[in-house]
Design a protein around this ligand. Sequence first.
Ligand SMILES: [Zn+2]
Length: 130
Amino acid sequence: MKQLAWLGRSLKNICGWILTVLFGGVGVYALLDETEDGAALVAFCFLLAAFGVLLIRSARRDKKRAEARDEEERQYRRRQEEAAQERARQERRETVAYAAVECPGCGAVAKIRKGGVGRCEYCGTVLEGK
Ligand SMILES: [Zn+2]
């Protein structure tokens, strides 16, 4: 789909430039050369050249629109990623388990992170969370 849009834009651009340069050139040449050309022919050339300019501008507009869409898509994906990361962080936080450890020094029960080490808040004994 993206390639198709790109192809369409490129075609528009190329056709636009060909029309503009070719018929613009022929039109100017017809105006400036010695031979008498019919006004209709000159008008026709400039009309096609103008159509070419329109095509180029249209291609440019399409490109800008496509870029804006891409940027929007990128931002959306980034937000999604951030949300997923935030969710993962939250889950990790919630799964951190604590162990109730009885202090051998004073008998108080301390909450120590499982697998971690802490100190008894009353006597300072080092406690292991098992
Ligand atoms: Zn203690």
